[in-house]
Design a protein. Structure first.
Lengths: 639, 131
């Protein structure tokens, strides 16, 4: 079979074939014309929409399709020194309903919904069935008065008087946990939804309430560490621009700009929940036994000044601060820094330390403490009498251990007004301690030029001067730290959201007040207070050297010092020759059984001992058998 | 000389337009498919973000529960309810303070026998060899 000749493809040939198929028909011309006209019309419309009407239409499109979604950040946590959680943010769901979406067939699920929400069915049903509400609208246009139906939010300036408005959102519950909300969603009641949010919660309830502080319902840090460290704790909310489809769902592919949220930093405090618990227990006992007007206990590290525990009574539950504030707002105050009291005999350490530090007296100096009047700067000054009549002159150590007002006055006079004032200021009286947790007051310590003739006899004994419990505590801590006034501190570390430490705080010295030798000598003398002949043998602990000072100040009531109302205190540290812990117990207007006066030894010293005995095993404080600090310092000096 | 007729030219134009439409349509369809894939990926990413957020929230909720259970009141109640009998050690009864250097004492205890004759086997040297 002969092979058919191959015909090469040519443009001309193809044209001929095509000329027979398409172009010969006029209809193709018509179709082409229609197509061109149609495309032309579409093009004109597009130019109209995209160029001519662009400025008018673009805002509308952006408003309808575009949305900025805020991504909530999580506030940082607050931990104690051992990593126990003191404040955190708990995820919760605010459950709401859009009644216009409710279906009749879901009504049988309403009882289950009510049970999950923890509300009576009648209440829930009332919310679900209510479809409209009356609203007052402002008016500018003259519209006939009377109810009318509005489909959405009230249109301002269209009507006067009450308007019926369709309810599109009603709250069902505002603190539903995630697991419960999952079960609510499983019910499948259409129209019921939820907004996820974080709510601040305090797992330890009232523990360290005045230190931790709280965040109010508006999310603003209101007190304590929450307020002070808010800069670190609060996170930075994120946001993103999104576009929504016709069903108001986000079209993820059109996310334009996005800033991720950054969670807040965590704050690690120096307080230890265990120590704090001991403090709170002791306060509860004081409250039970003495029903005081108020009481404060402070425990700090003698070497660093960091606070290990601080509590007040009355106190409150951080998770119910609103209820506490409604009952008595004063319970929210941290009275350890906001209240000033007469320090009483605890102030005697100032005059004694000053006189020792200046070399005006030594361990062998004796003072006649039976005097009633003393001549000073050419004038007779009446002294505050002591409770006891002393059979012999008292040494400086005995003045302290017996808490002699007459002896303290003589020590003050040896120093003179200016030096006594300077030492009091150096110990931190009359100035804010720098404890930055809101409402701290500086106390009262007038300069010498404002003193009356009697004040040189009163101030050394702790009268005519006022101080906060924290100031009294850190004044005693000067002796415990070896003569240095330390900065009261509460925050140990700042950690980022990943747990990495970004800032660490260390011991901070404010100034040196006494030489180390003077501080050691004072510590030895203060041991006598808890000794058998001291004013507070109740504070003594077997095998441990306890140094401290009692204080019992009469309260100034209606301009007069009261014989029945006292501020009793015990401020001390241990072991005396190697101080590790400083403890202050201050009880304002306690009422011991049998009508006894609220002396420091009665209302405060037992609490000191209670806490100290618990701290010894907990902190592993060893008894001191080595030479005391005083002996060691004397050995160093070759004395 | 042969010339291309006007009808043939129109036909060629239409054929070219058809090819162009097909090519453009192909590109368009490809773009649509690409857009769809972008949308699928974006939605998958969004879903993962939501899952991570849910897990973070659950984790936070569990952290709160753990924190509440570690309250001192809760621990004391558990100690009482479960009759664990856990108490602080008493300094005067249960704690025995060791004043010496514990490391030196343990080292001494370990090395004493090595460094004295007491721990060594008896050895006798004989002249000329042998033990």
């Amino acid at each position: 079979m002969p092979a058919s000749p191959k015909r090469a493809w040519s443009w001309e040939g193809a044209s001929k074939v095509m000329s027979r198929g398409f172009a010969s028909n006029y209809r193709i011309v018509l179709l082409a014309s229609v197509l061109i006209v149609s495309f032309g019309a579409i093009g004109v419309r597009l130019v109209h929409l995209h160029v001519i009407d662009r400025d008018k239409l673009l805002p509308y499109v952006e408003r309808v399709r575009g949305q900025q979604v805020v991504q909530e950040s999580r506030r940082g946590d607050i931990f104690d020194a051992k990593g126990n959680l003191l404040a955190t943010s708990q995820p919760q769901v605010l459950v709401w309903v859009d009644p216009s979406f409710l279906r009749p067939e879901d009504e049988e699920k309403w009882p289950q919904l009510a049970a999950l929400l923890g509300r009576p069915i009648a209440e829930v049903e009332q919310i679900l069935r209510r479809r409209t509400r009356m609203v007052e609208t402002e008016a500018t246009a003259a519209v006939p008065e009377g109810p009318r139906l509005a489909g959405g939010p009230a249109e301002a300036g269209t009507a006067q008087g009450p308007t019926v408005q369709t309810i599109r959102w009603a709250k069902l519950a505002d603190a539903v946990d995630e697991a419960t909300f999952d079960r609510i969603q499983e019910l499948g009641v259409r129209g019921v939804g939820g907004d996820h949010e974080y709510r601040r919660i305090y797992p330890q309830n009232e523990i360290a309430a005045h230190l931790v502080g709280f965040v109010n319902r508006e999310g603003e840090a209101a007190a304590g560490v929450e307020a002070f460290a808010d800069f670190y704790l609060r996170g930075q909310d994120g946001w993103r621009d999104v576009e929504l489809d016709g069903r108001r769902r986000e079209m993820a592919q059109f996310r334009a700009r996005e800033v991720s949220p950054s969670d807040g930093y965590s704050v690690v405090l120096s307080i230890d929940s265990a120590v704090q618990f001991m403090v709170e227990e002791a306060l509860a006992r004081i409250e039970r036994e003495f029903s005081p007007e108020g009481a404060s206990i402070i425990v700090s590290d003698a070497r660093t000044g960091f606070i290990l525990g601080l509590g007040n009574t009355p106190s409150f539950n951080l998770n119910e601060y609103g209820a506490a504030a409604a009952t008595d707002i004063s319970v929210l105050r941290n009275i350890a820094i906001t209240n000033q009291i007469d320090p009483g005999s605890t102030f005697k350490i100032v005059a004694a330390s000053g006189a020792l530090n200046e070399g005006l007296v030594n361990g062998r100096s004796l003072f006649d403490c039976t005097l009633e009047v003393i001549r000073y700067n050419g004038r007779d000054r009446r002294l505050i009498p002591d409770d006891h009549a002393w059979a012999h002159p008292l040494s400086v150590a005995e003045i302290i251990s017996h808490s002699s007002n007459v002896g303290a006055a003589q020590l003050g006079m040896l120093l003179g007004e200016q030096r006594l004032y300077d030492y009091a200021r150096a110990f931190g009286f009359g100035e804010k301690s720098g404890f930055p947790f809101g409402g701290e007051i500086p106390g009262m310590l007038n300069p010498p030029e404002q003193w009356s003739d009697l004040e040189i006899t009163r101030i050394p004994a702790g009268y005519s001067v006022s101080a906060t419990p924290l100031q009294i505590h850190y004044a005693m801590a000067v002796i415990a730290s070896g003569g240095v006034l330390l900065q009261p501190q509460l925050i140990r570390e700042i950690r980022d959201a990943g747990g990495e430490t970004v800032q660490r705080f260390d011991r901070l010295e404010k100034r040196r007040v006494l030489t180390e030798q003077t501080a050691a000598a004072m510590a030895d003398m203060l041991m006598g207070v808890a000794g058998p002949d001291g004013t507070a043998p109740e504070a003594a602990i077997v095998n441990y050297q306890v140094a401290g000072k009692t204080g019992t100040a009469q309260k100034l009531i209606d301009g007069r010092y009261s014989d029945r109302n006292h501020v009793g205190s015990f401020v001390g540290f241990f072991p005396a020759s190697r101080p590790e812990v400083v403890i202050s117990v201050i009880v304002d207007d306690g009422h011991p059984a049998n009508g006894r006066p609220a002396y420091g030894r009665v209302v405060a010293a037992p609490a000191f001992r209670q806490i100290a005995e618990q701290l010894i095993p907990y902190l592993g404080v060893a008894p001191v058998r080595a030479p005391t600090r005083l002996i060691a310092s004397r050995q160093e000096d070759g004395r | 000389m042969k010339t291309i007729s006007s009808k043939a030219f129109v036909n060629q134009l239409l054929a070219g337009a058809l090819v162009l439409v097909c090519a453009t349509g192909g590109v368009g369809l490809g773009t649509v498919w690409l857009q769809h894939q972008i949308s699928v990926s974006a939605n998958a990413s969004k879903s993962l973000e939501r899952d991570i957020e849910i897990i973070s929230r659950r984790l936070a909720a569990v952290t709160v529960e753990v924190g509440q259970e570690q309250r001192w009141e809760s621990l004391l109640r558990r100690n009482r309810d479960w009759q664990l009998g856990l108490v602080m050690p008493r300094e005067d009864v249960q704690v025995r303070r060791v004043d010496i250097d514990v490391a030196a004492r343990l080292a001494g205890k370990r090395n004493d026998r090595m460094l004295t004759d007491a721990g060594l086997p008896e050895t006798r040297l004989v002249l000329g060899g042998g033990l």
